[in-house]
Structure formats: C-alpha cells, structure tokens
Design a protein around this ligand. Sequence first.
Ligand SMILES: C[S@@+](CC[C@H](N)C(=O)[O-])C[C@H]1O[C@@H](n2cnc3c(N)ncnc32)[C@H](O)[C@@H]1O
Ligand code: SF4
Length: 362
Amino acid sequence: MQRLGIYIHWPYCKSKCPYCDFFSRVQKNVDQKEIIKGYLADLEYYRSLNDDYKVESIFFGGGTPSLIEPRYIAAIINQITSLWSCSDSLEISLEANPNTNHNNLFSDLKSAGINRLSLGVQALNDDDLKFLGRTHSLSEALLSIDSVLHNFDNHSIDLIYARPDQDRQSWQKELSMACSFGVKHLSLYQLTIEENTVFARKGIKSADDETSRNLYSMSEEILSEHGYSRYEVSNYAQSGFECRHNLGYWRGYDYVGIGNGGIGRLHIGGKLYNTFYPRQQELITPKERAEELLIMGLRVREGINKSCFSSQCGINFANIINLQKMHQFCQQGLLINTPTNLTATASGNLVLNYLIEQLINL
Ligand SMILES: C[S@@+](CC[C@H](N)C(=O)[O-])C[C@H]1O[C@@H](n2cnc3c(N)ncnc32)[C@H](O)[C@@H]1O
Ligand code: SF4
C-alpha cells in the first residue's frame, strides 16, 4: 500500500493580515454545516479513485482552520478513518490562530481528534505583532501557547523574521523566548512581500539580504543549542517531532487536497494527477514531476535521493540536471553530491531558488 496524506483547507480568517497572500478571506455567517457536507462527499469521491492507499497524516491548514467547529473536525476525521486504512500512528495536525482562542478551544480540538497543534504566533513582542497586523497581543499569544502545551504532546509555533529594521539582538531575544516554551517544533519564515498584499501596496520592504542571511544563520545556531535540528529550510524540530505530513509532501508522496484551496497529487490508474477543486484532474508530465521533485527535495536536509527521484518521475536524475552547474555549485560549497543524494548546504539554502533555476536542464 502507498502512503497518503490528506490536506483539508479552510479558506476563512477572522481578519486578513497585511503580508499574507494565502487563499483566504474574511466572511461572516459561513455555513459550516453545508461546507463540511461537501468536504465529506469529496473525501468519499477521492477514496473511490484509488484503493491502494494507507493514510499517514491529516493536516487542517488555511486560512484559519481553528475557526471550524470541533464537532465538524471530528466528523472529517471520522470520515477519513472510516473510508481509508490508516496508520496506527496517524498524525493529525491543525493550524490555529491565537485570535480564535477561547476557554476550551484546545481541549475541544484534542477531543475532536487533533494530536498536533501548530500555532501562528508570528512575533514575540507587541510592537511587531501590531506591525504585522495581528489581532492578538503578546500576552494573548502566551496564554494560547500555555494552553497548547497543556493539551498536546506534539506542538509547533510559527514566527516571521526579517521584518523591516529587525536587528540581531531583538531576534535573539525572541528566539530564546521561543525555545524556552518547550514546544517540539518551530517554523521560522522569512518575511516575503507578496504582490497584491497591503504590505506590497504600502511599499514595505523586508530586512535587506545581508541582515536576512545573518538572522537565518543565527536562528540555526540558537535553535541547535536548544536541541532543535533544522530538517527543512524553515522548519526545526526536536528529534522525532518533524512534521510527517509536510515531510511526505516534500518527499513526493501522494496526498488528497480538500476544499477550494486544496490541491492534491494522486495516482489514478497508475498515472499521477494534479487534483484540484472542484474534483478536477490533470495529468502531470514526467518533466513537470521532475521539476517539482527537485524544488521540494532540495528544501529538506536529507536532500534528493536520486534513485527515488528516478522511480517517482520516470526520468534518470543525471538527464534532468545540468551536471556542469551541479559540480560548480558543489565546489562553491552550496551543494553536496554523494552517490545516493544531492543536498543543499546551509549556504545553499540561502540561494535555493537560484540554484534550482540553474540546475534544471529542461
Ligand atoms: C497558512 S498560514 C496559517 C496560519 C494561521 N492562519 C495564522 O495566521 O495564525 C501559515 C504561516 O505562513 C506564514 N506566512 C504567511 N504569509 C507569510 C509571508 N508573507 N511571509 C512569511 N511568512 C508568511 C505565517 O507564519 C503563517 O503562520
Ligand atoms: S496569516 Fe493566517 S490569519 Fe492571517 S490572513 Fe493569512 S491565513 Fe489568515
């Protein structure tokens, strides 16, 4: 049986953050019952396309899936476990925003079946929370973190760095605070100014390249001193607490995507398809597949396993890579090439998009 992840996308938020271009909107009076009915039917539909899968992970992402009523979360989990054969150690993650917290939110989510909680904290001081347009304060974030730690054994927080004028000292303070909570996993995202966001319209710039590089290297140093290893460009975990769902995605395993912002990668009749809302499918060509495997594979610390790569896309690794460029990047200390794997170094991670662009021989 092939392993499978299931991604459930919830496209609503309480407010729109000025930096965010994720598919999400603010809407009052969302008819959750009707939407969930559609999700349950779509799960049944995707199950009917291939019966050779075992579910390893479920991920509720967004938007803000902590706005979904816990009874509907339970209904979705129940639908998945009834339809598919599931791993004994099924990982079930949910992204929560502190602005949706109320007395029992996290215990209700736990009772609904969530066993990994990822909290979008973004900054650990009030001025920067305000600058990022977050509607929670530092003390509200701390209360949410407390409650997450109390209710779950597997948890993560998201922080955004390389904010304008952010310096080493203030980031160091936030990182030390983040490490002191005892969360098992941290996602540290470099602020990206995305087109068509409020930040882009206001002309806001993230920290300059050199500062961003410094903050990135510093993050890895501090987190490693506190027992977190970086296993992907932006993701750090204590041993055994890597996000299995996202690792499956980066390693090129199949997944179902539910919701109008959810996409999937599914084998149907032995061929790989891109699936998207509403129940649409398009065949993925070997070249498209090779390109996405390269882009995702270099993000993870272990890099690309060349024989897996060839069996996943049907093209020999050496035929898709510009070997001359690859050797040049290895000599520059940006990549490491072994007989089995191609891996990006810490310096390579800082220019990963450029490396990928240069490496692909299509
Ligand atoms: C899909 S969002 C969901 C999180 C949740 N809705 C929240 O805001 O708390 C996942 C994460 O992406 C990160 N993110 C979103 N836009 C970003 C940007 N422009 N630059 C850097 N990180 C960003 C944030 O850290 C956020 O927590
Ligand atoms: S960062 Fe989270 S809460 Fe803010 S708009 Fe994006 S998805 Fe919604």
